[in-house]
Design a protein around this ligand. Structure first.
Ligand SMILES: [Zn+2]
Length: 169
């Protein structure tokens, strides 16, 4: 469980971005739906693993570019894109949860910090502890203790893939 004082909100890919990605992804490739294999593909639209048989797609997503389009930031060369799984058709998005998604003790995460211009201003490696939410809470508090930090990307270390973003509360 996340602690009562937690105000960090893991953000899924936004509905408008999802609608676009389901046609052409952020690398300009057409979306190709397929059936989930049962491997628990992490869905960045719903922040949960896919169930076997669900229609999903692997698309290239540019989280910083999408954020910058909302905020007017100009990340320039810091813009990057990578593969994420999403539902192939419109979905309800994440169910309300007190938990951080894709969290299990021992998992390795990179937390990359960005300033209001979309420039990287630091980061850290996080090994999720026995109570993963405590590790996330601490690492995010540490990130936002720097007044320059407005945005944190959480990524899997082994694959480098984007899991979710957290904005300054
Ligand atoms: Zn979904």
């Amino acid at each position: 469980m996340r602690t009562a004082e937690t105000s960090y909100v893991p953000r899924a890919v936004a509905p408008a971005a999802l609608a676009a990605l389901r046609v052409v992804d952020d690398a300009g490739r057409p979306c190709v739906p397929h059936e989930a294999t049962g491997g628990g593909e992490p869905l960045r639209c719903c922040l949960r693993p896919a169930a076997p048989g669900e229609r999903i797609a692997l698309v290239s997503y540019a989280p910083l570019r999408r954020w910058a389009a909302e905020t007017g930031a100009e990340p320039g060369a810091y813009d990057e894109q990578g593969p994420v799984f999403v539902h192939a058709a419109e979905c309800g998005g994440p169910a309300p949860s007190e938990e951080y998604p894709f969290a299990r003790p021992g998992a390795l995460r990179a937390l990359r910090r960005y300033d209001a211009e979309g420039r990287i201003v630091g980061g850290r490696l996080l090994e999720l502890p026995e109570v993963p939410a405590e590790g996330f809470d601490r690492a995010l508090a540490e990130a936002f203790a720097d007044p320059a930090v407005v945005l944190v990307h959480v990524r899997a270390v082994e694959y480098g893939c984007f899991h979710f973003e957290v904005r300054r509360p």
